[in-house]
Design a binder for this molecule. Structure first.
Ligand SMILES: [Zn+2]
Ligand SMILES: [Zn+2]
Length: 96
């Protein structure tokens, strides 16, 4: 894939793909290690949720009320044009 990835840590151009999910790229081993404590929470799920069930869906984390565990879900993003402004409409579906 010839996408120009940017390292989420230092914003340099990235070329090292995370071997776990192949969904995020870093410029160096150091940056990958620096991000790991946060990314490890997402890595497995990213690998499972690599491809949206239908086009136009995006991954999101949902924090339910009353202290339940956060859940990943797919959001259906639909562009809504109305009277001069363009907004996004979100429709949530619990991901698996
Ligand atoms: Zn970096
Ligand atoms: Zn990963």
């Amino acid at each position: 894939m010839a996408t120009t990835a940017v390292c989420p840590i230092c914003n340099e151009s990235a070329s090292q793909v995370c071997a776990g999910c192949r969904d995020i790229q870093y410029c160096s081993q150091e940056c990958q290690e620096a991000d790991w404590c946060a990314h490890k929470l997402l890595c497995k799920t990213f690998a499972k949720m690599k491809f949206p069930p239908t086009q136009g869906m995006v991954r999101a984390i949902w924090f339910p009320p009353l202290g339940s565990k956060p859940q990943f879900l797919w959001l259906q993003v639909e562009q809504v044009a109305s009277a001069g402004d363009i907004g996004f409409k979100y429709e949530a579906r619990i991901g698996r």
